[in-house]
Design a binder for this molecule. Structure first.
Ligand SMILES: C[S@@+](CC[C@H](N)C(=O)[O-])C[C@H]1O[C@@H](n2cnc3c(N)ncnc32)[C@H](O)[C@@H]1O
Length: 143
């Protein structure tokens, strides 16, 4: 993202941020940072990661409201909008509506990063069981 974005100040929002590696990357920048996720547990982990990176958790404005949320309507357009691994939660019509909502928080020149799972993703075609989850090459039991 840093390589693409020529701006050095402004506002960045990560929607469905989870534990957002993206926001962590910008902690030392001059950007105002915003993260939104309906899963409070993920936001708690993100706060821990912010603290571990020697920043106060208030460095990032966090919201656990479902996006689009009124928490952000008065903030104006964002310079960077991140949608990482989020759109696969929606059907196509829902995703279109969601994108329209997201675009209301953008203006000309806003950078929008979208990443999605492909059909090659390990969860795409298989029902998830505890065994299939743990057997995936990305995970190891550490006990
Ligand atoms: C698969 S995780 C991706 C987390 C992170 N963006 C990443 O790439 O690792 C998707 C996250 O989006 C959140 N989410 C889904 N719909 C949302 C919405 N409408 N508003 C806010 N968060 C949402 C979920 O709670 C979940 O934590």
């Amino acid at each position: 993202m840093k390589a693409y974005c020529s701006k050095e100040t402004g506002k960045i929002i990560d929607i469905g941020c989870g534990q957002s590696t993206y926001l962590l990357d910008f902690l030392d920048s001059k950007f105002d940072l915003y993260g939104v996720d309906i899963d409070q547990l993920q936001l708690n982990y993100l706060e821990q990661r912010i603290n571990a990176a020697n920043h106060n958790k208030e460095r990032v404005n966090l919201s656990s409201e479902e996006f689009p949320t009124k928490d952000f309507v008065d903030i104006g357009a964002f310079d960077v909008i991140i949608l990482s691994n989020l759109l696969h939660f929606y059907t196509k019509p829902e995703a279109k509506r969601f994108i329209s909502d997201v675009l209301r928080f953008s203006s000309s020149g806003t950078y929008i990063l979208v990443t999605v799972h492909t059909k090659d993703h390990y969860l795409a075609n298989n029902k998830i069981t505890s065994d299939s989850f743990l057997n995936h090459k990305k995970f190891r039991m550490i006990i």
